[in-house]
Design a protein around this ligand. Structure first.
Ligand code: GSH
Length: 206
């Protein structure tokens, strides 16, 4: 007997949020298992040797990671509301948006972790290097968005989902980074995204 598909993840991870959003936008049903990989009793390493979330567990028990592989899988298993274009050229543009937004999250998450260390162990140069990536990533996303409604023009897709996850994560963990003031077009697009119930339902909490 096959069991229901599962998503394992935390309520704060932008990568988990990306997967939740893609599944919700595509009306894919699954069980959400909340597991924080930093917690002592975590079961994440049983499903992903890298010990990271998100992990997607298929009906046959086999697991998939990371978020980029999972969203590709989800887009393939359901024809509803495709979030990735089929054509190679526009598809690679969307995937580049995703890599950029994910990269901003990676850098920001590293700074967040570093800030949790005792002050004497924190490396200020290294944190600055990561924050430079966050700022440069925000500027690039703002420049590329321009005055368009969505990242690639008129059609909502994975690029917008990834961008929204990055902006939501920054707002949640780094309220002192005033990306809304520096990049009003990013502010507008995030407000537009937050009008969608899928985005409101997955806003980071913790
Ligand atoms: N490239 C991965 C990144 C996943 C990731 O960094 N997840 C973090 C949570 S935001 C994590 O699980 N960290 C635990 C660890 O590094 O041990 C993806 O897209 O899924």
């Amino acid at each position: 007997m096959s069991s229901k598909m599962k998503l394992i993840g935390s309520l704060t991870s932008p990568f988990v949020r990306k997967v939740r959003l893609v599944a919700a936008e595509k009306y894919i049903e699954y069980e959400f298992v909340v597991d924080v990989p930093w917690d002592e009793g975590t079961h994440v390493p049983d499903f992903n040797p890298l010990g990271k979330v998100p992990v997607w567990v298929q009906e046959d028990g086999k697991s998939l990671y990371d978020s980029r592989v999972i969203v590709e899988y989800l887009d393939n298993i359901s024809p509803a509301g495709h979030v990735l274009p089929k054509e190679p050229r526009p598809r690679i543009v969307v995937r580049r948006w995703e890599a950029l937004a994910d990269g901003v999250c990676d850098a920001a998450a590293l700074v967040h972790l570093e800030k949790k260390r005792p002050p004497a162990q924190q490396n200020a140069d290294w944190m600055r290097r990561q924050m430079d990536k966050v700022r440069a990533g925000l500027k690039c996303m703002s420049d590329d968005l321009g005055q368009q409604t969505w990242c690639t023009g008129e059609i909502f897709c994975l690029a917008d989902i990834a961008l929204g996850c990055a902006l939501g994560y920054l707002e949640f963990r780094f309220p002192d980074i005033d990306w809304r003031r520096d990049h009003p077009n990013l502010s507008e697009v995030y407000d537009r995204l937050m009008q969608r119930p899928t985005f409101r339902d997955t806003a980071p909490v913790g």
